[in-house]
Design a protein around this ligand. Structure first.
Ligand SMILES: Nc1ncnc2c1ncn2[C@@H]1O[C@H](COP(=O)(O)OP(=O)(O)OP(=O)(O)O)[C@@H](O)[C@H]1O
Ligand SMILES: [Mg+2]
Length: 490
């Protein structure tokens, strides 16, 4: 209507001038200002455009009538986006802004070094003039941060290994990677629910508290030591941690590392938001407290252990990773290059580890992965057979509760018993109970034969207690507080 009115009032040569004038006057009196963020900035791709697109994908509702769907390379999820010439309202620090996605046809190209897309795409941000300075900088920073987070969440995570033994790939990286798709989660992990909750809270606290680490002058990293018998879920716990935080995993094979400097280089090439894992640390390198005492007679000279690891154990005298190198790797000046990293060590024999490696700051949380308890068996029964609370009759539950602790059975063995008969649930439970009873019998018999020694776990606990007592001159309790364990762990 306006256009036809204008056409009838103004002669053609004046129409363009009038439109220009009208725009100027409109802008002068408008309470809004506008920012264009085009997809291509000259010849380069505009990073901000991609960030805005991702950021808005988190605000766009699936209920919208028309949305654009995209899926990036290496991503397993689909991103929703604003469709052409659609708009959306967003609020930041109580200020309301409007985003509009503008798509127009590009005029036919003459010659260009780089072929341009046929469509010209961009976002227009509308802000009230009075709010411009208040929010623009912080709002755009916030968008970039959010977009990076969404990108990370959408991307497949990677599992890195240094199995090439120090040789670099074509990009000069010492790590090789494969997509990480381990299905273990805290939901599927059978362990004491209280302990599980503590670990999850600790992980969340770590991931969300960058400012705390900055304020207290600590490097933004955390160490977890997982210890316990084989098949109790240490590796599954690492996978669950990675899935929970959506971090990449660097599986460090210490036996492939030839020197402390190589260890440092590997560390420098890890990215932030990752978990650096050394499995079976006691088998990778000989780091015992007792050995150190024998070889040096002092706690203050860990370097003197040079070559005592693989060199001694496997006859390879060239290995020069030292305890000192490993200690610096986990809590030295180099350990804080990059940030937001988690170190996880696993071992079946915590008593073999040097106390320096176990101290807070290196291994902040010691997690004992124990044999199956009643609560962990219930989790496995739910996961493998679909039994919910109340599905099993009370007698069976009572018997399970009575025998499971004394049977000293690993979650791996329970899982196997349940998988075997998963098509016949009654039989699975019956056979599990039989297995538990026979284990109890065997343990009691062995317990009698062992006489004063008690169960294997009791022996392990005694060794551990003496280790802590040795280090603390008898002040055992302080360290015990640091260990995440339930009262019946041992
Ligand atoms: N706590 C658990 N919860 C659920 N499944 C478990 C648990 N522990 C073990 N399993 C099952 O047993 C198998 C072996 O577990 P896992 O590899 O995590 O044990 P581990 O403690 O790392 O053993 P190792 O000390 O020999 O490396 C896994 O496939 C997993 O399915
Ligand atoms: Mg393991």
């Amino acid at each position: 209507f306006c256009q036809s009115l204008m056409n009838s009032v103004f002669p053609p040569e004046l129409r363009f001038a009038f439109l220009k004038l009208f725009n100027r006057v409109f802008k002068l009196f408008s309470t809004f200002c506008y920012f264009d963020i085009t997809e291509i900035d000259g010849v380069n791709t505009n990073e901000l455009y991609n960030a805005v697109q991702l950021y808005l994908s988190s605000s766009v509702s699936i209920a919208g009538n028309r949305l654009s769907l995209t899926r990036a390379v290496n991503s397993s999820s689909v991103t929703l986006g604003l469709s052409n010439n659609d708009s959306i309202v967003d609020t930041f620090n109580t200020v309301t802004v409007v985003w509009e996605h503008i798509v127009t046809q590009r005029q036919t190209q003459t010659f260009a070094w780089r072929p341009m897309p046929e469509e010209k795409r961009g976002f227009t941000l509308r802000i009230k003039k009075k709010d411009k300075n208040l929010i623009l900088d912080s709002y755009l920073d916030y968008i970039m941060e959010k977009a990076n987070e969404i990108r990370r969440m959408n991307q497949d995570r990677l599992l890195y290994t240094n199995s090439r033994g120090g040789s670099l790939d074509s990009r000069g990286l010492p790590w090789e990677s494969v997509p990480f798709k381990h299905p273990s989660t805290f939901d599927t992990l059978a362990m004491d629910p209280v302990k599980k909750q503590q670990i999850m809270e600790d992980l969340t606290d770590f991931a969300e508290c960058q400012s705390f680490y900055e304020r207290t002058g600590r490097a933004w990293k955390r160490g977890y030591l997982l210890y316990g018998p084989p098949g109790t879920g240490k590796s599954s716990m690492i996978a669950a941690m990675a899935n929970y935080l959506r971090y990449d995993i660097y599986d460090l094979e210490l036996t492939e590392v030839k020197s402390n400097s190589e260890l440092r280089k590997l560390l420098m090439k890890t990215s932030s938001k990752s978990i650096i894992v050394i499995e079976d640390i006691d088998c990778s390198i000989n780091l015992t407290n007792r050995n150190k005492k024998q070889s040096t007679g002092s706690y203050n000279e860990p370097e003197m252990l040079t070559g005592s690891g693989l060199g001694d154990d496997f006859g390879n005298g060239n290995n020069t990773i030292t305890l000192s190198g490993l200690l610096n790797f986990t809590d030295g000046l180099w350990s804080c290059c990059g940030s937001e990293r988690i170190f996880v060590f696993t071992t079946n024999h915590i008593e073999k580890l040097d106390p320096a490696l176990l101290r807070s700051g290196r291994m902040d949380m010691h997690i004992h992965m124990s044999y199956c308890t009643f609560s962990s068996v219930k989790i496995l029964l739910r996961n493998y057979l679909g039994f919910e609370e109340g599905d099993l009759n009370d007698d069976v539950l009572k018997e399970l509760e009575e025998v499971v602790d004394r049977a000293e059975i690993t979650p791996a063995d329970v899982s196997e018993a349940l998988i075997k008969n998963r098509r016949d649930k009654e039989r699975a439970v019956r056979e599990l109970l039989e297995d538990l009873r026979s284990r109890v019998e065997r343990n009691e018999k062995n317990g009698k034969l062992r006489g004063q020694n008690g169960s294997l776990e009791e022996q392990e606990k005694r060794a551990l207690d003496s280790l802590y007592a040795e280090e603390n001159g008898g002040e055992e309790e302080e360290i015990e507080d640091n260990i995440c364990k339930s009262s019946d762990d041992y």
